[in-house]
Ligand binder design. Structure first.
Ligand code: ACO
Length: 311
C-alpha cells in the first residue's frame, strides 16, 4: 500500500538513486517538482525580457552578438525545462496559460528594469552567477530529467556569467562616468539578487520536504551565503563597493556577513507588485499572441508529415 511505497521511495532517495518519469513517486513529490520546475521554466522565458531590451542598443557588434546568443540560450533553457516538466504528466500549454493569466510565479529578479548598459553586465555577473550557484546543486537533484537538464544549462550559464563580468571589467577600467554607471547598477541589483535564493530558511515552507527528497541539496540561506562569499571579492577586485554598510568579513567562519535583507520588498515583488511585473506579463502575452501563427504552422507541418508517413 501507499505507506510501503513511500518508504521504498524514500529508501531510493536516501541511496542517492535518481527517480525517473515512469517510477512510482508520491503525488506530493510530483506536484512539488511541477511547481518548482515550471516556475524555473517561466523564469528563463521572462528572463529574456530585461536583457532583450538592450539588444538593439549594445555598444558594439561583438557585444550585440554575445547578448543575442545569451538571450537565445535563455529561451532554450525555458523550452528545455518545459519539456522536463512535461515528463511529470503536465501539459506545457497549461503551464504557459497559468503564466500569462498571472497565476504562476517566476523569479523576483526579472521584475526590475534595465536602465543602463551596465545593467546587462551586472545581470550576467550577479544574476547568472546566482543561477549557477543554485543550479549546480540542482544538477544533483533526485529527479533525473531535472538534474540532467541542469548540467547543460549550467555550462551555458557559466558563459553568460563571463560575458557579464567582462562587460563590468571593461566599464571598471573606463571613464569616471562608466565607473559611476557600473556602481549604480551594482547598487540596484545586489539586494534583489540575494533575494533570488528565496526567503530565509525559517520562512521557507517548501524547504524541509524538498531537502528530505533531495530535490534541494542545500538550503536557501546556505546557497545565498555561498554566492555572497564568491561575489564580494569579485566586486572589491574591480574597485567597486557593495551597497551594504554592515558588510563585514568574519574570520572565524570565513563568511562575508551582510546587513538585513528587505523581505517586504521580496514578498511585494513576487506577489505581482514589483516595478515591472505588469510590463513583463504584457510583453509575454503580446509575444504569445503574435506567435500564434508559428504554432499553427508547426502543427500543420507535423500533421502533413504524419499523413505522408502513413500513406
Ligand atoms: N522568486 C520568486 N518566487 C520565489 C523566489 C524567487 N526568487 N524564491 C522563493 N519564491 C517563492 C516560492 O516559489 C514559494 O512560493 P509557492 O509556494 O507559491 O510556489 C515561496 O516563495 C516560498 O519559498 P520556498 O519555500 O523557499 O520555495 P522553494 O523551496 O521552492 O525555494 C527556490 C525557492 C530556491 C527559488 C527554488 O524553488 C529553486 O531552486 N528553484 C529552481 C531555480 C529557479 O527557479 N531559478 C530561476 C531563476 S534563475 C534564472 O532563470 C536565470
Amino acid at each position: 500500500d501507499e505507506a510501503i511505497l513511500e518508504a521504498e521511495f524514500q529508501a531510493r532517495i536516501d541511496a542517492d538513486e535518481k527517480i525517473e518519469p515512469k517510477d512510482w513517486m508520491p503525488e506530493r513529490y510530483r506536484r512539488q517538482l511541477v511547481r518548482m520546475m515550471s516556475q524555473h521554466a517561466h523564469s528563463e522565458i521572462v528572463g529574456m525580457l530585461p536583457e532583450g531590451n538592450w539588444i538593439t542598443r549594445a555598444p558594439t557588434l561583438r557585444r550585440k552578438m554575445a547578448l543575442l546568443a545569451k538571450v537565445q540560450d535563455e529561451a532554450g533553457h525555458g523550452l528545455y525545462l518545459y519539456s522536463a516538466t512535461e515528463t511529470l504528466g503536465v501539459d506545457r500549454y497549461q503551464l504557459i496559460r497559468d503564466l500569462l493569466e498571472g497565476r504562476a510565479k517566476y523569479s523576483n529578479i526579472f521584475n526590475y528594469p534595465t536602465l543602463t548598459w551596465a545593467d546587462v553586465g551586472v545581470i550576467g555577473w550577479f544574476v547568472d552567477g546566482a543561477a549557477i550557484v543554485n543550479q549546480t546543486m540542482l544538477a544533483k537533484s533526485s529527479y533525473g530529467p531535472y538534474a540532467r537538464a541542469m548540467i547543460r544549462i549550467c555550462k551555458e550559464e557559466a558563459f553568460h556569467k563571463r560575458q557579464g563580468y567582462e562587460i563590468c571589467v571593461t566599464l571598471a577600467r573606463g571613464t569616471p562616468e562608466q565607473r559611476r554607471m557600473l556602481q549604480d547598477a551594482i547598487n540596484r541589483w545586489w539586494w534583489p539578487t540575494l533575494m533570488m535564493f528565496g526567503p530565509p530558511d525559517d520562512q521557507s515552507p517548501n524547504s524541509a520536504e524538498l531537502l528530505r527528497w533531495k530535490v534541494k541539496r542545500k538550503t536557501n540561506d546556505e546557497l545565498r551565503q555561498h554566492f555572497i562569499n564568491i561575489t564580494v571579492p569579485q566586486v572589491l577586485a574591480l574597485g567597486m563597493a557593495i551597497p551594504d554598510p554592515e558588510l563585514r568579513y568574519d574570520e572565524k567562519t570565513g563568511n562575508w556577513l551582510i546587513g538585513p535583507i528587505d523581505w517586504d520588498e521580496f514578498w511585494r515583488v513576487i506577489r505581482g507588485h514589483g516595478p515591472c511585473n505588469r510590463e513583463r506579463l504584457q510583453a509575454r502575452r503580446k509575444a504569445h499572441e503574435e506567435g500564434a501563427w508559428v504554432r499553427e504552422a508547426v502543427q500543420a507541418y507535423a500533421r502533413k508529415r504524419q499523413q505522408q508517413a502513413a500513406s
